[in-house]
Write a new protein. Structure first.
Length: 66
């Protein structure tokens, strides 16, 4: 994912909700197979919506110190 706070690519189906989304498989780690982020990516990220679609629990550097 690439952060896009400006919404620069509104007509591109893999950009939205503040991000450029990507889905890679082990067969070819250099090829993004996502065609539409709402169909290919978003369902898995719904639980992380409150943290800007990012799973931060396993990454202490991505959370604010308490």
């Amino acid at each position: 994912m690439i952060k896009d706070t400006k919404g620069r690519f509104r007509d591109n189906a893999i950009w939205g909700d503040g991000w450029g989304w990507a889905l890679f498989q082990t067969v070819d780690k250099n090829k993004n197979i996502a065609k539409n982020y709402t169909k290919d990516c978003l369902d898995c990220h719904v639980p992380a919506k409150e943290t800007d679609w990012i799973y931060v629990e396993g990454y202490p550097t991505l959370t604010s110190p308490e």
